[in-house]
Design a protein around this ligand. Sequence first.
Ligand SMILES: Cc1cc2nc3c(=O)[nH]c(=O)nc-3n(C[C@H](O)[C@H](O)[C@H](O)COP(=O)(O)OP(=O)(O)OC[C@H]3O[C@@H](n4cnc5c(N)ncnc54)[C@H](O)[C@@H]3O)c2cc1C
Length: 325
Amino acid sequence: MRLGGPARYVVEVEQPIEAPDAYNFAKLYSLPTAILGGGANSIGRDEGFPGAIIMNKIRGIELKPSTENPEVFELKAMGGEIWDDVVAFACEKGLTGIEALSKIPGTAGAAPVQNIGAYGQDISQVLKSIEAYDTTDGHFKLLTNKDLKFGYRKSILNTTMKGRFFVISMTMTLKKGQMARPFYNSLENFIKENGETDFSPSSIRRMVSAIRADKLPDPAKIPSAGSFFKNVYIPDSQVDECRSRGLPVYQGADGNKINSGWLIEKAGLAGKLIHGFRVNEKAALVLINECATGYEDLIEARNEIANKVYDRFGFKLEQEPVEII
Ligand SMILES: Cc1cc2nc3c(=O)[nH]c(=O)nc-3n(C[C@H](O)[C@H](O)[C@H](O)COP(=O)(O)OP(=O)(O)OC[C@H]3O[C@@H](n4cnc5c(N)ncnc54)[C@H](O)[C@@H]3O)c2cc1C
């Protein structure tokens, strides 16, 4: 988002064994800590951060065949690996499970934190376990998929145990093959429009990359945090009523979803400049920092958008990116 002031310290962890050193340093000087991967989903305050930002820079990818099934593999990525490099590696090996998560900016260590998801896939569907440094007792621990209690854009790592575990590595179970149809709507539309017939992991990666390049700002050039609001999930009991109001409800494995981008667009905000932030024309869930003067502008913009959507549809939008405090 290109907001926020400086941190007092930034500590880069390049080996798992350096994680305890980083936290011991912070403890010695009574400094608050915050974990950062690539910063793609994090927002800084104008006053900066008075403690130590601990950055995961541990690199490495390992692939091991399963002992029981030659079609199944375990892919272990160290937390500081660039997520999209991990996806590219899996696709090159013909492994399915994360190809639709192509081009999501950030690190592998952050991927399980908010259970990253796109185009019908999310990390919870493939994650076997993570290795993490437990900052409360100074031990390295293995947490399984079940331990992480995944939900839509959440796990214990960003809810009940936020900040407690520093993710050292993540291991996924992937298999040879390809995604099953039906695909996510926008992917299905792309396939039809372009007459695509190859659904191998590399081909889906190519298609998802093309869809994203058309719709989403490149975070290396344009300051944004991707989706600024989470989508809205409604209970089964509200589906009929919402549909009768003309709201598009998608029923998927993760629940009944109303796309918040659609709500923002229908509230007349797509393309508008609000307190220095441009509501992205093609994907209204994305806010771009065009000329904001500071963090306060973001709060004003967030509230204005959320209030307009609430007044029009009665849903309270929830912010997705994390604030470094
Ligand atoms: C243009 C754009 C498009 C995006 N598209 C998507 C999308 O399609 N789907 C999606 O789900 N997200 C999307 N995002 C959000 C973002 O890419 C993901 O949340 C990603 O996982 C952030 O990775 P990061 O390393 O940059 O995390 P950061 O922003 O550095 O950190 C995010 C959170 O994870 C914690 N964290 C990071 N690393 C670790 C670690 N090693 N151990 C413990 N905690 C850690 C941080 O403390 C923070 O709370 C998008 C963002 C942008 C800018």
